[in-house]
Design a protein around this ligand. Structure first.
Ligand code: C2E
Length: 715
């Protein structure tokens, strides 16, 4: 709807113009006035969309009316058409100055009136639309600006909260080293609040020393304009706790791109560092004893080598292996074994200096890096202290355990200039200590390598010998003292070496015991001895007893009981013809299991003797727990029997104690008639020794058996 005002003092004109105006659009509303004052009064409360006014009116001309009209609110933009008969420019100018929009020449052309009026109304409407758009845009803008401000305020508050709560230390400093911002977390760490620190010198907040370092880095950022990417640092908090942080420093710039502050952000990585150092510790330490492991020892050796490049700080490497640890472990169980290893570790740590390193290399093998060894004697002194410390019995779970160790020592610079060589040479020396009877130490000497190589050759020859049937058995007769007849024989191993001829078991068996080859070797011995004995018994010869040596290693590594049963079944030998020779150490290890096995075999008819009696524990009390039939007095007591009264006393004691336990007594190593006479007089039951016959091939033994009163033996 458009509101049109017509002002003309002549009623005819008013009517005509009103009609023309009403025809402009269907819902146009036309108001006519004859008096300008009246019109202006009405306009006070109404805003027309178009005004058409005559110029020449009696009370007020059209220009004045237009000027007054324009003063009214909302009327500034309303189109005003002035109808004038005057053609002079001065009237038109006056009307234009007053704010007229357009002119119509009187007499008015109706078509022109309608066309002009319609165009002006259209213009007016567009103006109104634009105005209202502008207003709403303004409002929108105002609103959006307000909300943006609010959002900004909101987000910066939130940001501040976030910055305060993140577990990071955040602060910014200016060129003068003053704090311009610090999050609550960092301020609290220094026992302060985040507001009180603003504008204070960083040195007042984080301490002079740290501030000096931090500000020096800030200056670097100010100068270079580049951030300092993450570096790790340790920070001590107000309570004195040290934590680890990953710190970054970045420049903060103003609108013109100038660096005004440096932002420092530190992330707490203490947990990560602790996890890392725990992993590092695990990688370098033995889990059982917490001693350094092989990796760490090698690392320390390398460092020590680097330090002693000029040879002014010699050091020693001790390799140590517990003697017979395996037996202890098997006999008493792994838990006790582990506790023994821990106690050994403690004792070792107790005898070294702080600057030395005690390491566990695995199993029962330990190493000691002894630093600053100016004379070889310092190394041997330590070795002696170690052996002494380990020889004291250990008490674990109320059990007393005795152990000892074999130690190999290398020194730098004389025995090696790199880690591998030092380790290898110490190993060689340790083997020498073991070969020397254990519970000993050896300083490495270059010729030990030759011996080590010999051992390697011997080992591979032994394996080959086993495959190629190079082993043979010799049999040494055992004589019944009462009848003087051969009643049995001990099977003794010989190695028919293709290059070296017949080799004694004392040359290769200790190595076979160490490397485990004794297991297949002894299995072969048992099968061969049982097989041959069964064979000659089947051939009609008297049922001689055959004695076979067993090794402690076999009891640890295989089911001896089952093996003997299988071999007896396979060879069909009467179990009563088989005697198994045991050493005292077999009975001392895993006693219950061994006793069970022996009893089982005893039930089948197998007999047992204790070999080398008198040289080991020589305690008759434990023998009662085993089904032992015979004691074999070691040849060392027989050798000087005629001349040495104490040997004679020992032999007498063994015979009488053995008899009291209903054991048969065999004397080994009888070489002379005098020895035999003394032993017979003391009541010995059986003889074995060169005097009665050396170990010999089976055929020779059988010939001897044939020779001796064949009838009595076959009876
Ligand atoms: N000086 C002297 N020596 C005599 C005399 N009578 C016997 N001998 C030697 O003394 C050793 C007796 O065997 P052993 O004490 O069981 O000692 C044996 C035994 O412990 C071990 N051995 C031998 N054969 C085997 C075997 O098949 N298995 C196992 N596990 N060990 C074996 O090797 C050791 C040495 O065996 P061999 O060299 O054959 O040495 C044998 C034998 O030749 C004598 O009158 N005077």
């Amino acid at each position: 709807m458009s509101l049109i005002v017509i002002l003309d003092d002549r009623s005819t004109n008013r009517n005509i113009f009103a009609q023309l105006a009403a025809s402009i659009e269907t819902n146009a509303v036309v108001r006519t006035f004859g008096d300008p004052i009246e019109a202006l009064a009405w306009i006070d409360t109404n805003t027309p969309d178009l005004v058409i006014t005559d110029y020449k009116m009696p009370t007020m001309d059209g220009a004045t009316f237009t000027a007054r009209f324009r003063e009214k609110p909302d009327c500034v933009d309303v189109p005003v058409v002035v109808i004038t008969v005057y053609e002079e420019r001065s009237f038109r100018l006056k009307a234009l100055e007053a704010g007229a929009t357009d002119f119509l020449q009187s007499p008015v052309d109706h078509h022109e009136f309608v066309t002009r009026a319609r165009n002006l109304l259209k213009l007016r409407k567009q103006q109104l639309i634009i105005k209202s758009r502008a207003t709403s845009l303004e409002l929108e803008l105002l609103h959006s600006e307000r909300s943006r401000e609010a959002a900004l305020r909101d987000s910066s508050e939130k940001l501040a909260q976030v910055i305060d709560t993140v577990p990071a230390l955040i602060s910014a400093t200016d060129r003068k080293g003053r704090c311009i911002f610090m999050n609550a977390h960092k301020a609290a760490m220094h026992g302060l609040d985040s507001h009180s620190v603003i504008n204070r010198q960083m040195s007042d907040i984080i301490g002079a020393e740290r501030a000096e370092r931090s500000l020096a880095l800030d200056q670097l950022v100010f100068r270079s304009g580049k951030p300092i990417t993450s570096f790790e640092e340790e920070i001590v908090d107000a309570s004195g706790n040290t934590n680890f942080y990953l710190t970054t420093k970045s420049p903060l710039r103003d609108g013109a791109g100038r660096i005004i502050n440096v932002l420092t952000t530190s992330l707490d990585i203490t947990d990560r560092k602790r996890a890392e150092s725990h992993l590092l510790h695990l990688a370098h330490h033995d889990t059982l004893t917490d001693l350094p492991n092989r990796v760490l020892l090698q690392d320390r050796l390398r460092r020590e080598l680097a330090r002693t490049r000029r040879g002014d700080r010699p050091f020693a490497l001790h390799l140590l292996d517990l003697d017979h640890f395996k037996s202890i472990n098997d006999a008493l169980g792994h838990q006790i074994g582990d506790r023994l290893l821990k106690s050994v570790a403690e004792r070792l740590c107790g005898v070294v200096r702080d600057s030395d390193t005690v390491a566990r290399l695995g199993g029962d093998e330990f190493a000691i890096l002894q630093t600053r060894v100016m004379r070889p004697q310092e190394a041997t002194d330590l070795a002696e202290r170690i052996l002494a410390a380990l020889s004291e019995p250990f008490v674990i779970d109320e059990q007393e355990i005795t152990t000892s160790a074999s130690l190999g020592i290398t020194t730098h610079p004389s025995d090696g200039s790199d880690v591998d060589l030092l380790m290898k040479n110490a190993d060689v020396a340790m083997y020498q200590a073991k070969a020397a009877g254990r519970n000993a130490y050896r300083l490495y000497a270059p010729d030990m390598n030759v011996q080590a190589r010999d051992r390697m050759v011997l080992e591979s020859d032994m394996r080959r010998g086993l495959q190629r049937d190079e082993f043979v058995l010799h049999y040494q007769p055992q004589i019944d003292v009462a009848s003087g007849q051969i009643i049995g024989a001990e099977a003794l191993l010989r190695w028919q070496h293709p290059g070296s001829g017949m080799i004694s078991p004392t040359t290769f068996l200790p190595l076979a015991e160490e490397n485990g080859l004794i297991v297949p070797i002894n299995e072969w011995v048992l099968r061969e001895a049982c097989g041959r004995a069964a064979e000659f018994t089947r051939s009609g010869l008297p049922p001689l007893r055959v004695a076979v040596n067993l090794s402690p290693v076999q009891f640890r590594k295989q089911d001896v009981c089952q093996l003997v049963i299988d071999i007896l079944n396979d060879t069909k030998l009467n179990p009563r013809q088989l005697e198994l020779e045991l050493t005292e150490s077999i009975l001392m290890q895993n006693t219950e299991a061994v006793a069970r096995d022996l009893l089982k075999l005893k039930d089948l008819g197998v007999s047992f003797s204790i070999d080398d009696f008198g040289t080991g524990y020589s305690s008759l009390s434990y023998i009662r727990n085993f089904p032992v039939d015979r004691l074999k007095i070691d040849q060392c007591f027989i050798r000087n029997l005629e001349n040495n009264p104490s040997d004679a006393a020992i032999v007498r004691a063994i015979i009488s104690l053995g008899h009291s336990l209903k054991l048969c007594i065999t004397a080994e190593g009888v070489e002379t008639a005098e020895q035999a006479a003394i032993l017979r007089a003391e009541g010995c039951d059986e003889f074995q020794g060169y005097y009665f016959g050396r170990p010999m091939p089976l055929e020779d033994l059988l010939a001897r058996v044939e020779e001796q009163n064949p009838r009595s033996l076959r009876a």
